[in-house]
Design a protein around this ligand. Structure first.
Ligand SMILES: Nc1nc2c(ncn2[C@H]2C[C@H](O)[C@@H](COP(=O)(O)OP(=O)(O)OP(=O)(O)O)O2)c(=O)[nH]1
Ligand SMILES: Nc1ncnc2c1ncn2[C@@H]1O[C@H](COP(=O)(O)OP(=O)(O)O)[C@@H](O)[C@H]1O
Length: 418
């Protein structure tokens, strides 16, 4: 069966932008009635869909990232590059991300770029052309000549029940067992040697964790977007409670973060997930003799991963109660998670005062209110434990007293010297 024939069971989703509904279409051997949405999408010019190929999930993830930068760099002005994906409706792990090219340039120069990529053999390219009766046809240059005689028509497809971007989240964007994240970095170790260092640190900490059982003192996690006041509050709590201050990712991984922050989500999220397991071992050790304050933990990892993976509107997030928001059963659970909530204006004021360079995701937060809203909503949907939202707009001391009150109400924690 030709590759194009194999893709006939799939639905394609093309996102014009983050605010409008995507356009869905499928390929069929029979033409369909004309459809204004497809007319708007296919309109005029040369059209291609391009998907990176890879022998395994690590190679596919990295090829997709390289393809995006290659297309962004090489495509001439006049070409539109749209995020696309193909999937089997409501089938987990069936999502294949790619790009849809609309070439309105004078010299159809996108075709040269696409042909070059196809010749390198690293991508799957479908070409869309307008038929005599005004319908649209799809062809695959890589198909055998005999196969190319077959005609595949673009036909409208209904929107699926679950937004396609939620199909691959489990164990590609968010990990629910250490061994699944561990496996991703094992698969990377030949192309990313630093993976070995991370795996060695995890093994060392896990050995230690197995020897620690009792957790006598509370473990309080402070969560929130950048510049909501986590660092300020966690330092004050450390002093006020005589607590041990930890963070995720742990300090022992700090020098490796830039390396993994430059990798696609599959690898980056596995790195952060393993960072949480190392932090968990440190929490288990320290909470046997003192209260522990953690600056970020699994809520950050899951919320940023989910908000990044789920494209389009906030409504596309997995529904409240979804398994996607469930805490990993093999990850130490904190006693309390406090989510610092600050108005967008106050947060920007603090960010500008802080003057530190922002991570790529924080830069995203500034230019993309939609992304920020999705991170915030994902934080609040995570269960077991759920976050307690704290108004962090007031002064540092007011926030500290508010949080100390919450902690003391729940635990009989005395301030040293009181
Ligand atoms: N800590 C942490 N950050 C993550 C994770 N996934 C994505 N990120 C993003 C969220 C933020 O954009 C950035 C946070 O980096 P840091 O943890 O170093 O926070 P930083 O100390 O820079 O800012 P902060 O003052 O803690 O908000 O990394 C994760 O699993 N853990
Ligand atoms: N409650 C607060 N009111 C006003 N400014 C604050 C408050 N908490 C922190 N800040 C200031 O806001 C900036 C970001 O605070 P920080 O603790 O680094 O946030 P985060 O760790 O969440 O990124 C810093 O300049 C800090 O001095």
């Amino acid at each position: 069966m030709s590759r194009l024939a194999q893709w006939c069971s799939r639905v394609f989703m093309v996102e014009i932008n983050q605010k409008t509904e995507p356009i869905y279409f499928a390929l069929s051997s029979t033409p369909s009635a004309r459809n204004k949405e497809l007319e708007a999408l296919f309109g005029s010019g040369k059209l291609f869909s391009v998907h990176a190929l890879g022998d395994d999930r690590v190679q596919s993830a990295r090829s997709h990232a390289h393809l995006k930068s290659a297309l962004t760099e090489d495509l001439p002005p006049g070409c539109q590059l749209l995020d696309t994906a193909s999937f089997l409706p409501d089938v987990k792990n069936s999502l294949v991300r790619g790009f849809f090219l609309r070439d309105n340039s004078v010299l159809s120069s996108a075709e040269r770029v696409v042909t070059h990529l196809r010749q390198k053999g690293s991508v799957c390219v479908f070409t869309y052309t307008r038929g005599q009766n005004g319908d649209y046809l799809c062809s695959d240059e890589a198909d055998e000549p005999a196969e190319r005689e077959r005609r595949y028509y673009v036909t409208p497809a209904p929107a699926p029940l679950r937004h396609p971007s939620t199909l691959n989240i489990i164990n590609s964007d968010v990990f629910y067992q250490m061994k699944d994240a561990y496996k991703v970095l094992q698969e990377c170790s030949d192309v990313i040697p630093e993976s070995k260092a991370v795996l060695e640190l995890v093994e060392a900490q896990q050995l230690e964790l197995n020897s620690i059982h009792d957790e006598r003192f509370p473990v309080i996690v402070i969560e929130g977007l950048d510049a909501t006041g986590k660092t300020t509050l966690t330092c004050s709590l450390q002093k006020a409670l005589g607590a041990v201050l930890l963070k995720s990712p742990p300090q022992c991984l700090a020098h490796l973060r830039p390396r993994f922050d430059s990798e696609p989500p599959l690898i980056r999220r596995a790195f952060y997930a393993l960072g949480n397991y190392i932090t968990a071992a440190q929490i288990a050790r320290e909470s046997s003799h003192a209260p522990v304050i953690a600056d970020r933990y699994w809520h950050s990892t899951a919320a940023y991963a989910i908000a990044t993976a789920v494209s389009g509107r906030e409504e596309n997030l997995p529904a409240v109660g979804s398994e996607i928001y469930e805490w990993p059963h093999d990850l130490l659970r904190p006693s309390m998670v406090l989510l610092l909530s600050v108005s967008p204006e106050e947060r920007l004021r603090r960010l500008s005062h802080r003057g530190l360079d922002k991570t790529e995701e924080e830069s995203q937060l500034e230019i993309n209110h939609l992304f920020r809203r999705k991170v915030d909503e994902a934080y609040k949907r995570i269960q077991n434990p759920a976050c307690i939202v704290v108004d962090a707009n007031p002064s540092p001391d007011h926030v500290l007293q508010q949080v100390l009150g919450l902690i003391r109400n729940k635990y009989n924690l005395q301030t040293p010297g009181h």
